[in-house]
Write a protein that binds this ligand. Structure first.
Ligand SMILES: CC(C)(COP(=O)(O)OP(=O)(O)OC[C@H]1O[C@@H](n2cnc3c(N)ncnc32)[C@H](O)[C@@H]1OP(=O)(O)O)[C@@H](O)C(=O)NCCC(=O)NCCS
Length: 136
């Protein structure tokens, strides 16, 4: 949580990433407490240049908000963050992980496919929102 402000500022200015109410300070604190040791930041000279959030439901892993600052891309930082998540999930017994990407985020879709992630075109995602907040 010490890194929250720096990370959320980075997420907000990254095209393709949508920050929602679920990314509020209290929700993020709850997420990190439920998923200890599974989310990471990458730093250079104490400045955050990348982040990833990761968790699991006891059955499958879920990965979100993998971001590297534009000026630091193409140096293996994204891959290192991703590997840290997958390795940590495997250590707690989770072998398979899902993630959600906007179809319009062509950069991210190309990244996942080139890193061996399988596009699941046989699955539909359904969501249900009990809140009146459309950005929950
Ligand atoms: C996606 C992102 C995190 C990649 O970070 P990065 O640090 O540049 O990635 P890396 O340098 O670690 O690249 C790892 C590998 O992916 C490949 N790769 C990187 N970006 C790629 C792209 N846009 N398309 C295809 N392959 C890509 C690299 O060539 C590298 O391959 P290699 O291991 O064979 O050398 C970064 O571009 C980003 O922050 N994008 C915006 C945020 C976003 O959309 N995130 C995804 C949300 S789900």
């Amino acid at each position: 949580m010490d890194d929250y402000d720096e990370v959320i500022d980075m997420l907000r200015i990254t095209p393709g990433i949508t920050v929602r109410e679920a990314d509020s300070r209290s929700s993020t604190n709850r997420y990190l407490e439920r998923n200890p040791g599974l989310s990471f930041v990458a730093t250079i000279d104490d400045y955050i240049v990348g982040c990833v959030m990761c968790g699991h439901d006891g059955r499958r892993g879920y990965l979100q908000h993998l971001v590297v600052k534009p000026e630091n891309r193409g140096q293996g930082i994204g891959k290192a963050l991703l590997t840290a998540c997958i390795d940590s999930l495997q250590q707690v017994g989770i072998d398979k992980t899902h993630l959600f990407v906007f179809k319009s985020n062509s950069l991210a879709n190309a990244f996942w496919e080139s890193n061996g992630w399988i596009l699941r075109d046989e699955v539909n995602i359904y969501s249900y929102n009990v809140s009146s907040n459309k950005n929950a």
